[in-house]
Design a protein around this ligand. Structure first.
Ligand SMILES: [Zn+2]
Ligand SMILES: [Zn+2]
Length: 446
């Protein structure tokens, strides 16, 4: 079966996250988005772990579901069009997972790396937590704890607890906290994980890079590329995600990530759902204070300095990719997976209504759209333009058509400044065009 999975998110117990990030709301928003498997996130935190044990129950092998007594109150808030597995509700599955921030010295340098860890059993999580506490980790402080433990040693710990446990390096290109980051990362996966590198088989590309950027490095060819939301509020679940074609079980997902598909076989790892990477806030180089965005070539020509104030610019993800790349940008290596570049529906509606994403008008439009057309990811990827036009509006159909073709105006983010993706250059012209067409049709009919 086709499964959309979001394997990286947080709870209200992680720093800078929404207070509403509780298991019930993960269950709710997974359905509104059309995501079938979600990470629990934050299992290292004692309070979150006790909620996991209280509110979830075992479902298929290694996966969990929200107990029906917790589903009931939420089910009334989910439009029929989005209730997953309809007519029987509640088909959202949880996978036990947590993110660890490792800060340590290796090779004479300070390294800061974020890693996602996964395990199939509650007992495994209890054991991992015990070991991390034993080595002095403060697991209470943050749902994403900071440990003075190397990425390699973290991997060793989880493999000793259960060989079916696995680790995925998180958002591998972000400058400050990632395995290949320019500030405190490594130049290869092998340099980081040393003798245990063969146990790393998947990498999370993060919001500021997409698969095509990663294809430029032949050293990444052997890895499965995954994408996840890294959500800090339930509304952001599924903004990036991974598409599987497997049975619903921990092992099926584990195997899909590990296997490079043979020829002819239906691929168990189908592809990913992505942002336009320009939207990420470290995509290009630049200096925020001077509102100066630089492409890598311009940074090189300026010797890494801001042309306005002559201070060093912040090197972004594209530059870092180019510095490690051994292929040209347009090369498509064999066996790579397709991906969908999407803009969140709420942003498209905000553009259509010319009103902020948090405004009442756009919020209402968002929920009305889901009620009419189904879960968000289905609308963005699968629902036919005819249906969108007929059941919603020609304007939304036009916007989604533009997005699906990649006809999008992009302003790249840099130095902590988010980029933007817009579908309409001149929305009024589209409105006018559609009105004229309707008028013409009306005239023809009369
Ligand atoms: Zn992280
Ligand atoms: Zn400057």
């Amino acid at each position: 079966m086709r499964i959309i999975a979001d394997l990286h998110l947080h709870s209200y117990l992680s720093r800078a996250t929404s207070k509403s990030f509780v298991l019930e709301n993960i269950y709710k928003w997974a359905q509104l988005k059309g995501v079938q498997v979600v990470a629990t996130g934050d299992f290292t935190h004692p309070l979150w772990f006790s909620q996991i044990k209280d509110k979830l129950e075992p479902a298929e092998d290694g996966l969990f579901r929200l107990k029906s007594e917790y589903c009931q109150a939420i089910d009334t808030q989910i439009p029929t069009s989005c209730a997953s597995g309809a007519p029987s509700r509640g088909e959202v599955r949880f996978i036990l997972s947590s993110e660890i921030s490792s800060i340590y010295k290796q090779g004479g340098k300070v390294r800061r790396v974020h890693n996602l860890i996964f395990a199939p059993k509650i007992d495994d999580v209890a054991n991992i937590r015990k070991i991390l506490e034993g080595i002095g980790g403060n697991l209470n402080a943050d749902g994403r704890p900071i440990l003075g433990l190397s990425s390699r040693n973290l991997l060793e710990i989880i493999l000793n607890v259960n060989p079916q446990a696995f680790l995925i390096p998180a958002h591998i290109w972000t400058p400050w906290f990632s395995v290949l980051g320019s500030k405190s990362g490594f130049d290869s996966i092998e340099e980081c994980f040393e003798d245990l590198s063969s146990h790393i088989f998947a990498l999370e590309t993060g919001l500021s890079s997409d698969p095509q950027m990663n294809w430029r490095l032949s050293m990444l060819d052997r890895f499965s590329l995954v994408s996840n939301s890294d959500a800090h509020s339930p509304e952001k679940i599924g903004r990036e995600a991974t598409i599987f074609n497997t049975d619903l079980s921990y092992n099926a997902i584990f195997n899909a990530l590990q296997t490079k598909d043979g020829e002819g076989a239906p691929p168990a790892l189908e592809g990913t759902i992505e942002f336009f990477p320009e939207e990420g806030k470290y995509h290009m180089d630049g200096h925020r204070k001077c509102q100066m965005m630089l492409v890598p070539k311009a940074t090189r020509e300026n010797h890494g300095l801001c042309p306005v104030c002559n201070k060093p610019v912040t090197i972004g993800v594209m530059n870092r990719v180019e510095s490690l790349a051994d292929r040209q940008p347009d090369v498509m290596p064999q066996g790579v997976k397709p991906y969908h570049s999407l803009i969140p529906l709420i942003e498209i509606l905000s553009e259509i209504h010319d009103c902020g994403v948090n405004s009442k008008r756009v919020q209402k439009a968002y929920h009305d759209t889901l009620a009419a057309l189904g879960p968000e990811l289905k609308i963005l990827m699968d629902v036919s333009l005819e249906d969108i036009s007929r059941k919603h509006s020609p304007l939304l159909a036009e916007a989604i058509s533009q997005m699906r073709c990649g006809r999008v105006q992009l302003d790249a983010g840099y130095d902590g400044e988010f980029g933007t993706a817009r579908v309409f250059q001149e929305i009024k012209n589209y409105e006018l065009k559609i009105k004229n067409e309707e008028k013409k049709r009306g005239e023809e009919l009369s």
